[in-house]
Design a protein around this ligand. Sequence first.
Ligand SMILES: Nc1ncnc2c1ncn2[C@@H]1O[C@H](COP(=O)(O)OP(=O)(O)OP(=O)(O)O)[C@@H](O)[C@H]1O
Ligand SMILES: [Mg+2]
Length: 118
Amino acid sequence: MKLVVAIIRPERLNAVLESLYNADVRGLTVSKVQGHGGEVEHVENYRGVTVKMDLQAKMRLEIGVSESFVQPTVDAIVHAARTGDVGDGKIFVLPVERVIRIRTGEEDTRAVTPEDRD
Ligand SMILES: Nc1ncnc2c1ncn2[C@@H]1O[C@H](COP(=O)(O)OP(=O)(O)OP(=O)(O)O)[C@@H](O)[C@H]1O
Ligand SMILES: [Mg+2]
């Protein structure tokens, strides 16, 4: 199992959610976050030039998936989130040790949505 964490532009959220739905990915968490993606603004001040690290509004998606859904999930996000301009965001794929569905007590690949295709 993996946790796919994606930081995307807020205006791409609806397209990404639709793309994930079409890829049969169910179950995710969305948060509003602020991030810095490397772009810096040079600001003049009395001691000389300093650098301002701007924070941009972004959306963070967390999606727990079984192995066979990792690549389809990544593909769906990239396809819908890319504009080609700097600041399109980033995807991190993290290993997941354990998942428990609280209602049923099911664990691991039985507990992520969807269940493993294998
Ligand atoms: N290394 C990182 N660690 C954590 N979050 C990051 C990292 N890089 C980018 N982010 C998050 O992703 C958002 C968008 O980043 P951004 O798309 O600018 O990445 P980038 O690597 O600079 O790519 P680009 O060249 O397209 O700008 C940031 O505002 C931040 O929230
Ligand atoms: Mg950037």
